[in-house]
Design a protein around this ligand. Structure first.
Ligand SMILES: C[S@@+](CC[C@H](N)C(=O)[O-])C[C@H]1O[C@@H](n2cnc3c(N)ncnc32)[C@H](O)[C@@H]1O
Length: 229
């Protein structure tokens, strides 16, 4: 796969994944919940960047935030809309890539983006950070959760650019048997990279999250970047 031109291929892969299965996580992650309760004012306008099938958008809407979500997977956006509609919750959802956020400058009070930029190539990551900076209001806050260097995984097969790997979905933990193989990519971040990526922001705090599963067969490691414009 060509790292420069794989965005179309990747969105199809996520579409396929979302239309094949209902096994995606349904509840918000602790990190997002903590960020929202500690950093976001009641009723704030919050962007869920790379909303997937909507677990964080659902949480934000239930908690009374004015939520907008974007994802380049049409299937993900459709599932997100249905999830909110089921409980008569409101939100605004658009199909778009993280490097082209379809909102005006200085529009959002806050943004959450969980496990998304680590699914992108270097060029898309760089552009998405500029876009995030553009759409956040001055003093706007963001929580960006990405996979970190040092994960222990068996499905990483091929480095397509620095620290960006192709994933063999058949060997992915938790993938339902019978599901067709789809190409995914994962980019592993380190602290220096995160610091230089977000250098335009006024404040940056970095935290780590690490957990093991299956008797330490796998180790998930995340960087949590909390930003203020
Ligand atoms: C691991 S899922 C996380 C979904 C959601 N944030 C969550 O925490 O449940 C990664 C999501 O990133 C989206 N994604 C990956 N690359 C993207 C891009 N370039 N633009 C927009 N969305 C992207 C995928 O479609 C997928 O929904």
């Amino acid at each position: 796969m060509d790292a420069e031109n794989c965005v179309g291929e990747m969105s199809q892969a996520w579409d396929k994944l979302y239309s094949q299965s209902d096994s995606e996580p349904r509840y918000p992650s602790d990190s997002v919940v903590r960020f929202v309760y500690t950093k976001c004012a009641r009723g704030a306008k919050v962007l869920d960047l790379g909303c997937g099938v909507g677990r964080h958008s659902w949480f934000l809407a239930r908690e009374g935030f004015d939520v907008c979500g974007t994802d380049f997977s049409n299937a993900g956006i459709e599932k997100t809309k249905k999830l909110l509609e089921r409980e008569n919750l409101r939100g605004n959802f658009k199909v778009s890539s993280v490097d082209n956020i379809p909102y005006d400058d200085n529009y959002f009070d806050a943004c959450v983006s969980s496990d998304v930029l680590c699914c992108c190539t270097n060029r898309v990551i760089q552009r998405s950070v500029s876009e995030l900076h553009r759409v956040l209001k001055p003093q706007g806050k963001a929580l960006i959760v990405v996979r970190a260097d040092g994960e222990l995984r068996q499905h990483i097969v091929n480095e397509i650019e620095h620290n960006t790997f192709l994933v063999d979905a058949k060997r992915h933990v938790g993938v339902a048997s019978g599901r067709e193989k789809v190409n995914e990519i994962v980019h592993y971040f380190d602290e220096d990279e995160v610091e230089s990526l977000f250098c335009k922001f006024g404040k940056l705090e970095i935290d780590w999250l690490e957990r093991t599963c299956d008797g330490m067969k796998y180790r998930d490691k995340y960087i949590l970047a909390t930003l203020e414009k």
